[in-house]
Each structure stands twice: as structure tokens, then as C-alpha cells.
Design a binder for this molecule. Structure first.
Ligand code: 13P
Ligand code: SF4
Length: 386
């Protein structure tokens, strides 16, 4: 088969892929200056002019000034559902990152167009698994005699090509809010799981929800021959975790948890499952962004919370809950720099272009990749009880 976007997210790079860096691209066309005090009015006017032709989705990690214009906000699972549920909208403007917009394109109809206001809004974790690397890994698993017993489970935070690989091999996509259901389903289909690209979500879910031990998990490093694993290790493992991680959540440490407990007696520590296993183990509560929001809503006045996730969301929660003490788990700033690339000038530019009849920054997944990726995404949407 032909995959026309073998390294989809690195189309943002110039020259050979530099997976350790987050990239920038120039925006085609004229962006309004960031300091323009009329930006909010301009965005509101463009949205009003487009009416029901446009639907704006906003991930919880977006900045407040952008989230203010979202028709719906959510975690990556809710946003995928919402994109699929809006066939009447001609344009879906995705205030989030590239892999989310790709998924929205796959789940929406041919008459709809998905727009990412800044093409540089990628995800360093998604870039950690390329289609070629994953195909090579599958060959390694086949050589070890385990591929036919292995079900791929790919985190939403992956390129469309990886999702297509997953669909072709009978697997499913998952998000942080349904990873335990996805893994339970996968172990009903096969004996092992290849979980990619976030080793932490895979490990945390296997150990916390499926009762596995850390010894049941091995880490496949795509930069080492045979993933750095022996055939015996692959045969013995239940969870084969891809060596990928989130550069934002990877910053939180177990020491952060101990420090905040000392600083704020009685504090509840609530972290995202992309955090490292020792952080998740030291925390009191773990969950997706949507879960974090709901937990804060249900918390009693006067309670104290230290939250380990992206800083825009933590700051918003602190503002929304003045009756509770809400602090950031780390001491240093921890925004997701690519999520933050969607700002008011880019949103104004994307919407005003639509008003002028120019459709900018369209995210399109080629038909064959989309067909197989949709099988894996539909499998996720059909998982029981989610
Ligand atoms: P959720 O929105 O699914 O919790 O995922 C967080 C994230 O890192 C998205 O990039
Ligand atoms: Fe990717 Fe992490 Fe940013 Fe989410 S928070 S978009 S996983 S880099």
C-alpha cells in the first residue's frame, strides 16, 4: 500500500527530521498583529458572519483568549466525538494540535473541511513514532514469532499513518479517558499489546487498571536495533511499550509530589496519566483533562489541589474555583508550546479568510490512510461503556 504521508508531522520541518525539537513554520498570508486590541471583536464578527457554517473546537490546553471562542471544549476523546457529530458544519476550526485535526478530518464527511489555524501546532510525542519505525517494529515482532498474537493500541496522540497501521492490524485507538477500556478489549483479542507512542500512559494503565506488574512491560526503543530487546523479552512481555513520552508531562517528578505535600498539608495531588509511573503512583488521583475538570468541580470548598498537567488548564481551574486552593504541581512554567501556537491572530486570520472565501490551513488525510485509520478510530468509538 502507499502511504503518502510517511512522516506526517514532520512535513512541518525543513530538511531531515529533528525529533527533539519543536518546529515553527511561517504562516502564509498576513496575520493580524498580536497586540491588536480589536482581535476579539474581529474573531467574534467573523464567527457571526459564518454562523452555522463554522464550528470551533477547543482543547482544554488552549489559552483562555482562544478557548473563549470555542463552541465546544473537551479532551481529545470528546473533541473527536464532537467533530464526528457535526455533519452540518462546513468548516471545523480545530483549536488544538495536528493529530487531533487529522482525526477530525478522518471522522468528518467529505463535504467538511478541518482547519488548523497554525500548522506548527504539532505534538512532540506524536512525532516519536513514525510509520517506518512502527512497520520495522512489527517486522521485529514477526521475527520473534509474536506479531500474530499482538494487538496494536495507539494513543490518539499519533499521526494518521500510525492510526492506519493500527487499523490494518486489528487494533484500536485510545485516549487518556478510555485507555483502560481499550486495553481490556485488546487483551480479549490477543495475548500482547503493542502500545504506542506514549510509554507512560501504556504502563500506567496496564499496572493501575489491569493489575499487571512492571515486569510484564518492556520498552521498545525505535532507535536501537530490534528495539533494544531480545526475542525472549518480546515473547515474555504482555505490554510492549513504545519509547515515547510527552515533553510537558514528562517534567513532573516524584519529588514535586513530596514537596507539595510538605508545603500544603492535606493537599490532593491530581495528575494526568501521561506523567511518569512514579509520579502517578505518588499521586492521589489520575485522569484525563476532562476527568481533572470534573474532579475539581466535585471537590468541596476549602480543599487544596496540586495538579500535574498543562499550565493553561491549571491556571483556568484556579480562576474557576476561587473557593479552593489550586496550584501547579511543578515550580517552573510548563505550557505545551505547540498547543500555545494557536493564538488570537491565527484564529482571526483563519476565520476572516473563510469569510473572504479563502480556506486556509486545511488538514487532509489521504483516502487510503484515512480508510484504515477510521477503522481504528471507529473501534475506539465502539468500545463498551465509553
Ligand atoms: P486528553 O485531552 O485526552 O486528556 O489528552 C491530553 C493531551 O496531552 C492531549 O495532547
Ligand atoms: Fe503533545 Fe504533550 Fe502537548 Fe499533549 S501536552 S499536545 S502530548 S506535547
Amino acid at each position: 500500500m502507499s502511504i503518502s504521508t510517511p512522516v506526517p508531522l514532520t512535513l512541518l520541518t525543513r530538511g531531515p527530521a529533528d525529533l527533539s525539537s519543536e518546529r515553527g513554520v511561517e504562516c502564509p498570508g498576513e496575520l493580524p498583529p498580536a497586540a491588536d486590541p480589536a482581535l476579539a471583536e474581529r474573531i467574534a464578527a467573523a464567527k457571526a458572519a459564518l454562523g452555522s457554517r463554522v464550528f470551533v473546537l477547543g482543547h482544554h490546553y488552549q489559552r483562555d483568549d482562544v478557548i473563549a471562542f470555542a463552541d465546544v471544549t473537551g479532551d481529545s476523546f470528546k473533541l473527536a466525538q464532537q467533530a464526528a457529530a457535526r455533519p452540518e458544519a462546513e468548516f471545523i476550526v480545530f483549536c488544538g494540535v495536528h493529530f487531533m485535526a487529522e482525526s477530525a478530518d478522518i471522522l468528518t464527511g467529505d463535504h467538511q473541511r478541518v482547519i488548523l489555524p497554525d500548522m506548527a501546532a504539532g505534538c512532540s510525542m506524536a512525532d516519536m513514532a513514525t510509520w517506518e519505525q512502527v512497520e520495522d517494529a512489527w517486522d521485529v515482532l514477526a521475527d520473534a514469532g509474536v506479531a500474530d498474537r499482538t494487538i496494536p493500541v495507539s494513543y490518539m496522540n499519533s499521526s494518521a499513518a500510525i492510526k492506519a497501521f493500527t487499523g490494518r492490524h486489528g487494533g484500536t485507538i485510545c485516549t487518556s479517558s478510555n485507555a483502560h477500556v481499550a486495553l481490556t478489549w485488546a487483551f480479549e483479542q490477543g495475548e500482547k499489546v503493542l502500545f504506542l507512542p506514549d510509554q507512560h500512559l501504556g504502563r500506567n494503565t496496564a499496572v493501575r487498571h489491569l493489575g499487571m506488574s512492571l515486569e510484564d512491560c518492556v520498552v521498545y526503543d525505535p532507535h536501537k536495533p530490534n528495539g533494544g530487546l531480545t526475542e525472549r523479552q518480546l515473547q515474555d512481555a504482555k505490554m510492549i511499550l513504545w519509547r515515547g513520552h510527552c515533553s510537558v508531562h514528562g517534567r513532573f517528578t516524584e519529588q514535586n509530589v513530596h514537596d507539595v505535600r510538605e508545603r500544603i498539608p492535606g493537599v490532593n495531588v491530581l495528575v494526568h496519566p501521561e506523567c511518569r509511573h512514579e509520579v502517578v503512583s505518588a499521586a492521589d488521583h489520575v485522569g484525563s483533562t476532562e476527568h481533572i475538570i470534573r474532579t475539581l468541580e466535585a471537590a468541596p470548598a476549602g480543599s487544596a489541589w496540586a495538579i500535574g498537567t498543562e499550565l493553561n488548564l491549571v491556571q483556568r481551574l484556579a480562576k474557576q474555583h476561587p473557593d479552593k486552593q489550586v496550584v501547579f504541581l511543578d515550580k517552573t512554567v510548563c505550557y505545551c508550546s505547540t498547543m500555545n501556537r494557536i493564538d488570537m491572530p491565527h484564529l482571526a486570520w483563519a476565520l476572516e479568510s473563510l469569510v473572504e472565501g479563502q480556506v486556509r490551513n486545511v488538514i487532509t488525510v489521504d483516502a487510503e490512510t484515512a480508510r484504515y485509520a477510521k477503522i481504528a478510530l471507529d473501534q475506539m468509538l465502539a468500545l463498551p461503556g465509553i
